[in-house]
Ligand binder design. Structure first.
Ligand code: GDP
Length: 201
């Protein structure tokens, strides 16, 4: 098997996705792309694990804080601080209580462009502006504005890795290597075979 087929991404169906009984619908969308499910479990994560998860990318606090500040400016609301790192710390605290509030479903999906394909189907972070047809756009209704006023995290059903570097670190955090299944799917021949010369007798 060539390496492009082995790109992996981590997906978490967050507690709101589980409570909204969307597990099957969400898995169906990823499964229909042709990506392969290679690990899955249900856990109630500790706050410590969630903290580690959002800190695998050392630049995440700066990125999320800058994004949060821009959303306050866009909606004309006064931010609690103009320091992106303070805003990021508020978002992180919200995420710790959100993700550890109940069971989540954690999965690893594998295949060509796994990270990009999953991000596209998942949709952008804020459900209010996520595209129609994406999971966040179709199945939930939250916004930065309402979440920030309530001082909680945006409830957007899913976490999906944003790069291959991030997915590797996240997978190592949530799964032991022996929990990742190494197997063949018949579908993969059609997706990856160069000549499709195996179809006819
Ligand atoms: P993602 O990769 O699309 O999940 O987005 P990020 O990594 O930027 O943010 C992680 C999570 O934090 C998001 O999925 C939201 O649940 C939450 N979040 C991000 N930005 C904000 C914000 O500005 N305000 C609030 N309240 N929550 C946020």
């Amino acid at each position: 098997m060539v390496d492009i087929q082995k790109e992996k991404t981590l997906i978490i169906i967050k507690p709101d996705g589980v409570q909204r009984t969307l597990i099957g619908e969400i898995i169906k969308r990823y499964e229909k792309t042709g990506l392969k499910l290679i690990a899955m479990k249900m856990v109630i994560p500790t706050g410590e694990l969630v903290d580690k998860h959002y800190n695998v990318d050392p630049e995440w606090p700066q990125k999320v804080g800058t994004k949060a500040l821009a959303s306050y400016e866009r909606t004309g609301k006064t931010p609690p601080s103009t320091d992106p790192l303070v805003l990021a710390s508020n978002v992180l605290n919200g995420l710790i209580s959100y993700l550890s509030s109940g069971p989540v479903v954690v999965m690893v999906w594998q295949g060509m462009h796994a990270v990009g394909i999953v991000r596209k189907i998942t949709g952008s972070t804020e459900p209010l502006s996520s595209d129609v047809g994406t999971i966040r756009g179709d199945f939930t209704i939250d916004s930065y504005e309402v979440a920030d006023i309530a001082n909680r995290s945006v409830r957007n059903l899913i976490h999906a890795s944003s790069s291959t570097e991030e997915s590797e670190k996240e997978i190592a955090l949530w799964f032991r290597s022996e929990e990742l299944m190494n197997y063949r799917l018949f579908n993969e021949t059609v997706l990856y075979d160069t000549n499709l010369d195996c179809l006819l007798d």
